[in-house]
Design a binder for this molecule. Structure first.
Ligand code: SF4
Length: 232
């Protein structure tokens, strides 16, 4: 856990299980698209993916409201990455699914995406219900060229975690959601660990070098090993 001091506004957000930046919470109905192009996030990258089986695809992302959609068991409940993201637009879950359906229909139909897209779930927030995970399973079924990657604080033994594990298993070539825990990856579960983790891992290169993006790295969906994030 990051030991950085937590200010009074953040303390209120933590106790209310929401973001510090209430003015950055948007209704899905009020925005042109809840699914954003990777160029809106410098860590994802503006270019097409440069290597691996997803080479040539563009990265997109979805941002939900941190804490409101997350498990309280998350080890970053207090020092969430979102505490410092004052400019990120977060989307509520009201009418989220119909909006995601229409966004995906449009994006998957774009000529530049004829080979599909890689969607990062979630920049902030998490899988908030088993129904929501089932929605993503139905999208993987509907769109054979849709790829999903990301991280979840839901553990594989929880109800939602089991659902995530299942879609990882059913769509193993197209859905790679890692569980955020200090564990060595096994055949069914891949993990994303903290800096303190000493088991078999590879270090996320973008946490060490600014010019590396997910599009240029692609390791999270090409390696079975635990990825470790360096935060200091
Ligand atoms: S290891 Fe690579 S793909 Fe994974 S988060 Fe870091 S830069 Fe992105």
């Amino acid at each position: 856990m990051n030991t950085k001091k937590i200010g009074p506004k953040t303390k209120v957000a933590i106790s209310n299980s929401t973001t510090v930046y209430q003015n950055r919470i948007l209704s899905p109905d009020s925005v042109a698209s809840v699914i954003k192009e990777g160029k809106n996030n410098k860590k994802l990258g503006t270019t097409r993916i440069k290597k691996g089986p997803w080479k040539g695809l563009y990265i997109y992302s979805l941002t939900l409201v941190e804490r409101e959609t997350c498990p309280k068991s998350c080890i970053h409940w207090s020092d969430c990455y979102g505490n410092n993201l004052h400019l990120a637009n977060r989307h509520t879950t009201n009418n989220l699914i119909p909006k995601l359906e229409s966004d995906l229909e449009r994006i998957m139909g774009e000529r530049k995406n004829k080979e599909g897209i890689a969607l990062r779930l979630h920049i902030l927030g998490d899988f908030y219900s088993a129904e929501y995970v089932k929605f993503w399973e139905s999208m993987l079924l509907n769109y054979p060229k849709l790829r999903i990657f990301g991280f979840t604080a839901r553990m594989p033994e929880t109800t939602i975690g089991k659902q995530v594990r299942l879609i990882n298993l059913r769509y193993s070539e197209r859905c790679i959601v890692r569980f955020s825990a200090n564990k060595v990856s096994e055949s069914l579960n891949s993990y994303a660990a903290e800096e303190s983790f000493e088991g078999d891992n590879f270090v996320c290169p973008s946490t060490k070098e600014n010019n590396i993006t997910c599009a240029s790295c692609a390791a999270c969906w090409n390696s079975k090993k635990t990825v470790k994030f360096i935060t200091h």
